[in-house]
Design a protein around this ligand. Structure first.
Ligand code: ACO
Ligand code: OAA
Length: 459
């Protein structure tokens, strides 16, 4: 049996499968009115779309409203890491190379590092980057596949077997494991991608090791490129992108997932793998890849990038589930919290513009800007909105990565390489505060029935 057929159902099972499928659809269907009747907080949101309060955190603050004359009004988004506005952090890193490392220090330890503390932290991270030859050969290079989020998840989960003390959930042990993950994930992701290209596309396998003189952002570019070269602006933009993706409160899907599984007492590798699983989803971090695919589709069907009528019609068809992936979503648009703007998108957009000028991609940039505006209008027209809709961090990130020559398979893994800092900070916060096991309630809306012996059951 081949690898592919192993997971398929044989033709002879078609009829039985169809029958089981029908049963499954009927059995799983719940009367939608019941959600209103029991006031179920679907998606852990109240009737106005506001998140249900499930935790407290000091790690970051996501703001999207302001008070005007005592009234809550939508506002431009603001993001604070440990009390510091991300906009100011990015401005502070302007002529420095280790913005992501500094942000990681801030998220994990709660204060901005002094120069000496930063140097020492960077040294620690660099000392932990190395992977053993055996791990590289037996784990990273094995069972390669196109989806690099699954590959990353598999590798992280297998690190458990390489840890002499994997299960101890204490602050020192979880901190040690977190630092290892922060340091090792860039190399795992890049080499996993190179192995996939080698085995599936016959590319020459070039393994470039991390350079101890470089930052995490510089190393990602250096390891990915056959000649190891990059410009200062390219490294700067990637460092900024890593900072912007590093953390987003306790309620985002992948971080909340981490809180949920951490609260059961599971190990760091399992908790991180669970977060990666969540981040992969196209409604969360996987949206950066979907945006890229969506733009390829838009370019194919609307070759005149300036024809707003055709673009609008196409976006409306997307919302009507007629084109692209027929999900009814325009990726990179909308956010569970932000209203008028996502501050990360505003910053990334500025860098996308600068890079597009350096790379001669102004026409593409113009298309992104136009779609951002038209998509907002189309969604507002077609959907019932609780609040204004804006582009989110995923809208320009894929475009930025494409200009950096980063392959699309690595778009969401780069998000994970960055968000591991936030996940680690939240896991540590959960452990330090000795949280209760997270266990929300589900109302049973089925019927209790009398047991029927096997021979007495009828179709
Ligand atoms: C890093 C991140 O995770 S950022 C988010 C990345 N995800 C995406 O870009 C995927 C596209 N966007 C979405 O799916 C959503 O906007 C989410 C998942 C981000 C937020 O979802 P919600 O909090 O449920 O959004 P919200 O409550 O504002 O939605 C209101 C309505 O607008 C619709 N809507 C929101 N965003 C979109 C969109 N991008 N395309 C189409 N419709 C949308 C919702 O389906 C909902 O309509 P309905 O009431 O008819 O079902
Ligand atoms: O906060 C959210 O729901 C999603 C998000 O933007 C993130 O995790 O960065």
């Amino acid at each position: 049996m081949s690898n592919v057929t192993m997971m398929e159902l044989s033709r002879e099972l078609d009829e039985q499968f169809d029958r089981l499928l029908k049963e499954c659809m009927v059995s799983g269907e719940i009367d939608q009115e019941l959600y209103t009747e029991y006031d179920v907080k679907r998606g852990l949101r109240d009737a106005n779309g506001k998140g249900v309060l499930t935790g407290l955190t000091e790690i970051s603050d996501v703001l999207s409203y302001k008070s005007v004359d005592g009234k809550k009004m939508p506002a431009n988004g603001e993001l604070y890491f440990q009390g510091y506005n991300v906009k100011e952090l990015i401005a502070g890193f302007e002529d420095r190379r280790y913005g992501f490392e500094e942000t990681t220090y801030l998220l994990l330890f709660g204060s901005l590092p002094t120069p000496k503390q930063l140097r020492s932290f960077v040294r620690i991270i660099k000392s932990l980057q190395e992977l053993s030859g055996q791990f590289l050969r037996d784990v990273v290079m094995k069972a390669t596949n196109k989806n690099q989020m699954n590959a990353l998840q598999r590798c992280i989960l297998t690190l458990y077997c390489y840890d002499a003390n994997p299960d101890e959930v204490t602050v020192p042990n979880v901190l040690r494991q977190s630092l290892q993950l922060i340091a090792k994930m860039p190399q795992i992701a890049v080499h996993s991608y190179c192995a996939y290209r080698h085995f599936h596309a016959d590319d020459t396998l070039v393994i470039r090791l991390p350079n101890k003189e470089m930052s995490i952002a510089e190393n990602i570019l250096q390891m990915l490129r056959p000649d190891g070269e990059f410009t200062e602006l390219e490294a700067k933009v990637l460092d900024v992108a890593l900072v912007l993706h590093a953390e987003h409160g306790g309620g985002n899907n992948s971080t909340f997932t981490n809180h949920v599984v951490t609260s059961s007492g599971t190990d760091t590798y399992s908790a991180t793998a669970a977060s990666i699983a969540s981040l992969k989803g196209p409604r969360h971090g996987g949206a950066n890849l979907k945006v890229q695919q969506m733009f390829a589709d838009i370019k194919e069907h609307c070759p005149d990038y300036e024809d707003e009528k055709t673009l609008t019609r196409y976006l409306e068809d997307m919302l009507d589930k007629k084109v692209f992936d027929k999900s009814g979503l325009i990726y990179g648009m909308g956010h569970a919290v932000y209203t008028l703007s996502d501050p990360r998108e505003v910053i990334l957009k500025e860098y996308a513009k600068r890079l597009s000028e350096e790379k001669g991609m102004q026409r593409e940039y113009g298309l992104y800007e136009r779609v951002e505006r038209l998509a907002g209008e189309a969604i507002a027209k077609k959907r019932h909105l609780f609040k204004p809709i804006c582009a989110n961090v995923d809208f320009y990130s894929g475009f930025v990565y494409s200009m950096l020559g980063i392959p699309e398979e690595l778009y969401t893994p780069i998000f994970a390489i960055s968000r591991i800092s936030g996940w680690s900070a939240h896991r540590l916060e959960e452990v330090v505060n000795n949280g209760k096991i997270i266990r929300p309630a589900y109302k049973y809306v089925g019927h209790h029935r009398s047991y029927i012996a096997l021979d007495d059951r009828r179709e």
